[in-house]
Design a protein around this ligand. Sequence first.
Ligand SMILES: Cc1ncc(COP(=O)(O)O)c(C=O)c1O
Length: 365
Amino acid sequence: MRRIWRQALEAVTPYEAGKSLEALSQELGLPAIVRLSSNENPLGPSPLVIEALRQEAARAHLYPDGGSTRLREALGSWLGVPPDWLMAGNGGDELLGLIARAAFEPGDEILMPKPAFEPYGIEARLSGATPVEIPLRGYDTDLDAMLARVGPKTKAIFLCTPHNPATTIIRRGPLDQFLAKLGDDGPLVILDEAYRDFSDDPETPDGVALARRWPRLIALRTFSKIAALAGLRVGYVVGAPEIMGWLNRVRAPFNVNRFAQVAAVAALEDRAHLERTRALVLSERPRLLAELARRGCPAPPSQANFLLPRIGAQARELAAALLKAGILVRDGGAVGFPEHLRIAIGRPEDNARLLEVLDETLAAP
Ligand SMILES: Cc1ncc(COP(=O)(O)O)c(C=O)c1O
């Protein structure tokens, strides 16, 4: 038999993103579902973004700028790096795939925490490389265990801070020591900072500063969360120009569409809107954490825009009750934390409703 499809694909299960919001609304007969299962931004995009999209609509027939030049320039001045230290992608997801395509080969080992954002493992497997999963210690990334597992076959290490789904950060000091121990000829380190914008802990590392110091470190960030552009798909990586050179070899010519590019530039111009989103998360997060803990559902100290409360045996029942009330949350079991729920921080009224349903469900016999 002629083999058509790559053998590596047999080890990959398609990513299950769940039903669309529209399909769910229809199925449940609920016009307005509050989705707190995808770590989205409850405020929606900036009015400047909406206006930029409106103006761009008439240019839909023209290919976008393949190099996302204006966006990289705007990002460069925001982050304090030259544009050749940046690459934009069709969401952070695409960039994970480009890194894998450019660097991972059969025989390589790719270290990652367990559990972790699913695409790390998928991309490693797709490349024919072997994912090596290092269990979290409680809710924390275990850098010592990772270091102990680094060997000649280790091609790359995925780190996620704040961690999805565990919500915790890797602290600056231990990360510095970890990188120093990897040395000059160490593996590639991909520091996923998709949720960094929601961190208020001074110990949070800064991937951009680290990328300047460590030529094999790539910081990954996204406009999906803080800038509320998840539906447009735009993320970026920061790293040495040499790394961008390799990634450019595997990038499709027009990987970021023109709407995503103008929207991302407009989002950067509306600092007040970014600040509003951050302020919402930072004010609701401690309140929600305390309210959950008071109800016997403690959660790790989140530095992200979502929480991971331990509910106990009633976790699934609570998720079902929330869904009936029009609030969608993520079952912790599906992301490596049974008896937990992963819940994005919503608007104050959504969070209040969530607590009401929790009270009704946990009080029920
Ligand atoms: C940890 C982590 N990294 C990366 C991403 C990718 O984000 P996007 O593809 O929306 O830019 C996500 C999205 O949820 C995430 O949770």
